[in-house]
Design a binder for this molecule. Structure first.
Ligand SMILES: NC(=O)c1ccc[n+]([C@@H]2O[C@H](COP(=O)([O-])OP(=O)(O)OC[C@H]3O[C@@H](n4cnc5c(N)ncnc54)[C@H](OP(=O)(O)O)[C@@H]3O)[C@@H](O)[C@H]2O)c1
Length: 429
């Protein structure tokens, strides 16, 4: 029996999970990674996991000494957009063969930023697609934020890669296309989002057909206890101050409006092929229980760990094995408690939008995502108030020309349309 078949066999991986959640075909050997969005929060957590995989501990290396390839992973390629400094630091440390500077303007400064780099440098969005489709790459970590991650994630799926999916917007915008494509190409879509990773872990070795409901936990964000009137005067700085997670700006604002949970409902529907009626959101301020699955017999499985993205990233990269991880560990002797309560839909109406979009499907996801991205940016730029974000999304969603099964071209047209429409809503309230 080979090591590969032994791993797959002993785990008894859930046979009735969708094809894109099955263990990768090739399990042994060092995996070559393409890290898209390497300069962001997910990117930096992924580098932490790779650092932990180094043969020699990072702390023992001399200044400027390259880590090189690790035991299980090699960073083959990495992308950054506006933050060339963070990109150059990662390149000096991990020596990838390919670097992508996706912002063409910023990319012009690459040579000055990293003069010793001898590998290949690609520019622009095409560079992302090229890296994601590179035959040398085994695993693509999709860590770009928002719509900007769509094409490269779809390219990785088209090439049958193992995709560590953080970019939830791909499934929100194009869940039907991404899952159909993965089914055809044999690509794996393994969830990095902590809630979906928790659900994935709970479903392994169980059975999706025996699932009664899936409960996504939500921290409630920085405004969990704020009234609508208080939220109306919230500043970007207050909205960015997430109580339990340290994340990029867009997802932090989405957590404050709870649009993040709305997007996650849509993501869960596509990823696990569940009925929307099986999905529920519960507020859990401690962010220790990352989600729960209830089975038909009433038994509930949950995944617990301190809030640290290194854990779901590592679980995905090593799936179906479990290995020692740099993620923070639970201390059961610390005096803590776990609380759960129902979300207040009057104060967090984004959840209703999420349920509606998950139910209607079709073009609703791409329109909601585009409207939200534009409205969030407008809030960060001081153009609208915090409590205007969700009503603007509602207006744009309600006025869009619904399509039941848009192809990629129609999706991109709808995305452009929704961005223009949202900009108009903002300028003429
Ligand atoms: N952070 C978390 O804990 C977390 C948890 C679950 C899911 N996610 C999901 O993971 C994704 C990334 O989130 P994040 O928190 O890591 O965001 P982030 O910190 O803002 O990082 C975003 C990354 O995308 C790059 N980027 C930005 N605009 C781009 C563009 N137009 N084209 C190409 N690349 C672009 C950024 O490059 P520069 O920095 O170089 O500009 C950066 O590398 C999101 O979809 C989010 O919902 C994040």
């Amino acid at each position: 029996m080979t090591r590969d078949s032994r791993i797959a066999d002993t785990l008894g991986v859930a046979a009735d999970l969708p094809a894109w959640l099955q263990p990768p075909a090739v399990l042994s050997g060092r995996k070559r990674l393409a890290l898209l969005g390497g300069t962001g929060s997910i990117g930096q957590s992924t580098l932490r996991v790779l650092r932990h995989d180094q043969v020699r501990p990072f702390e023992t290396l001399g200044v400027g000494e390259a880590c090189g390839a690790g035991r299980r992973f090699e960073l083959y390629g990495i992308s950054g957009h506006g933050n060339l400094g963070a990109l150059a630091a990662a390149v000096q440390e991990f020596r990838p063969q390919v670097v992508v500077g996706s912002d063409r303007e910023v990319a012009r400064g690459w040579n000055a930023c990293c003069p010793g780099f001898v590998g290949e440098f690609y520019e622009g969005p095409e560079g992302l697609v090229r890296l994601a489709s590179d035959p040398a790459v085994d695993v693509v970590v999709a860590g770009i934020v928002g719509r900007a991650g769509l094409e490269s994630t779809l390219a990785a799926i088209e090439c049958g890669k193992v995709v560590g999916l953080a970019n939830k917007e791909t499934l929100v915008m194009a869940g039907h296309l991404a899952t159909d494509l993965a089914e055809r190409t044999g690509a794996r879509l393994l969830p990095v989002d902590s809630e979906h990773n928790a659900i994935f872990q709970c479903l392994l070795g169980a059975g999706r057909k025996q699932v009664r409901r899936v409960v996504l936990t939500a921290s409630g964000g920085p405004f969990r206890t704020w009234t609508v009137a208080e939220q109306a005067s919230a500043t970007p700085q207050q909205a960015l101050a997430h109580p339990t997670w340290k994340m990029g700006a867009k997802i932090s604002i989405d957590s404050a409006t709870m649009m993040n949970k709305a997007l996650e409902l849509i993501e869960a529907k596509w990823l696990f092929d569940l009925e929307v009626e099986q999905l529920q959101v519960v507020v859990h301020p401690e962010s220790i229980v990352h989600s729960l699955v209830e089975f038909v017999d009433g038994s509930v499985l949950a995944q617990l760990s301190p809030p640290d993205m290194a854990l779901p990233i590592q679980q995905v990269l090593d799936f179906p094995e479990r290995v020692e991880s740099p993620a923070k560990k639970m201390d059961f002797l610390a005096n803590w408690s776990l609380n759960f309560h129902s979300p207040d839909l009057d104060r967090f109406p984004a959840l209703l939008l999420g349920l509606e979009v998950a139910r209607r499907g079709g073009s609703c996801g791409v329109v909601l995502n585009a409207a939200n991205e534009v409205a969030v940016q407008a809030f960060l730029d001081g153009g609208i108030g915090f409590t205007q974000i969700v009503p603007i999304c509602r207006r744009v969603l309600d006025s869009h020309p619904f399509e039941a099964y848009p192809d990629l071209r129609s999706l991109l047209d709808l995305d452009r349309w929704a961005r223009q429409e949202t900009t108009q809503c903002i300028s003429k309230p």
